[in-house]
Design a protein around this ligand. Structure first.
Ligand SMILES: [Cu+2]
Length: 377
């Protein structure tokens, strides 16, 4: 007998939601050349190849006194589970993967609740200011919305499904403050250093109702993946390279997240993360460029444990976090050259993993999309 709590079956609707802004972007880009033609050559307006793909953060500096404001919307869609490189079904997880809390009251020997899908939406508001030609300061505030669907198997063993449920969390994430420092510049090559600090402003005590294998519906502290921040002060070091000759541009960036504390207030710390991105772009006209990007990242599992997160579900086990992933992205940058659109940058980038090796069982990433607007003053 199956019961269901606000279970959403709308993968295609979710897909469409993210492509709607993309379609809007494409229709806008059709109007841009007409505007550019009105005044012939557009002088001094920045062109499309002046920026890296929108999914790359902190990739450019500003001239002394320059300001920039930006808004980015990112959606990450995860569906299905992996252990290492291999796909694993909910039934296999529920009947074979040990529950680390087995032996405590009401805890079955294997995992009996299996996440099937997760979406994460992030609204990112950013500001940049350059006090000197060599230093640009950057601040970013995020608003995060998370949603995770689960299947609950009935009782302590067997393959009968009791029902499904969805947990949700939302709120402001961690505030990030960074400095970008110019290291080397010539007409083709540019290098700068990234150094940032992430402040633990995001809540890590979010709760929601779940469906337990017993049929009860307790309100519990949500597992790590559903919390809004890391809970620790994190160092965000990096180095960025940009190159350009004519209409061809390229770049690379190394970035890391290093936890500055051994554990947060709830007793754990996320694993350190290291990532490398490399991209190339071609500018078809001053108002449009398209890009390809590869991003490779590795992250450790969670260190420590939140004693309030105890449940027969993979996400409650700090060992089922981290792993390695390589994503491939396609991006478009549009920059208005004249009139009211002059200097406004609209960009999007969509990507999918080409390799995933996850400490699991863990939900696999299916696609990531970012749409953004930027305007410099
Ligand atoms: Cu900027």
């Amino acid at each position: 007998m199956a019961t269901s709590t606000s279970f959403n079956r709308r993968p295609h609707a979710a897909c469409f939601q993210i492509f709607r802004p993309v379609i809007a972007t494409l229709s806008l880009c059709c109007t841009l050349p007409a505007l550019a033609d009105e005044q012939g050559h557009a002088h001094h307006a920045e062109n499309a190849a002046a920026h890296a793909p929108i999914g790359v953060m902190g990739e450019h500096l500003h001239k002394k006194g320059g300001w920039m404001f930006s808004y980015r919307f990112m959606r990450m869609h995860m569906e299905g589970n992996r252990i290492g490189n291999n796909n694993v079904s909910p039934t296999t997880i529920a009947t074979t993967v040990p529950n680390r809390f087995f032996g405590r009251p009401m805890q079955p020997p294997t995992l009996r609740v299996v996440p099937t899908k997760m979406t994460m939406d992030m609204h990112m508001f950013g500001a940049m200011y350059a006090p000197t030609n060599d230093l640009t300061l950057m601040g970013m505030v995020n608003y995060v919305e998370k949603e995770m669907d689960h299947l609950t198997f009935a009782g302590g063993m067997g393959t009968a499904v009791l029902g499904s449920f969805t947990t949700r969390s939302e709120g402001f994430g961690d505030v990030k403050l960074s400095g970008l420092y110019r290291l080397y510049d010539d007409p083709v090559h540019h290098f700068h250093l990234n150094f940032g600090l992430s402040l633990p402003t995001g809540d890590i005590t979010q709760r929601d109702q779940v469906l337990a294998p017993t049929g009860m519906r307790p309100n519990l502290r949500l597992p790590y993946a559903m919390q809004l921040g890391t809970g620790t002060f994190d160092l965000l070091p990096g180095i960025t390279y940009n190159g350009r000759v004519g209409n061809v541009s390229w770049g690379a960036q190394y970035r890391a997240e290093i936890r500055l504390e051994g554990e947060n207030d709830e007793g754990y710390a996320w694993g350190d993360k290291h990532a490398v991105s490399a991209w190339a772009a071609y500018q078809w006209a001053p108002w449009i460029s398209t890009s390809l990007r590869l991003d490779a990242m590795t992250q450790d599992s969670i260190d420590g444990i939140d004693p309030q997160v105890v449940a027969p579900v993979q996400t409650a086990d700090p060992d089922n976090y981290g792993g390695e992933r390589v994503d491939a992205f396609f991006g478009v940058n549009l920059v208005g050259q004249t009139g009211a659109l002059r200097g406004h940058r609209l960009a999007f980038e969509v990507g999918t993993p080409i390799f995933q090796d996850l400490n699991g069982p863990q939900l696999e990433t299916d696609w990531i999309a970012t749409v953004g607007w930027q305007k410099a003053f």
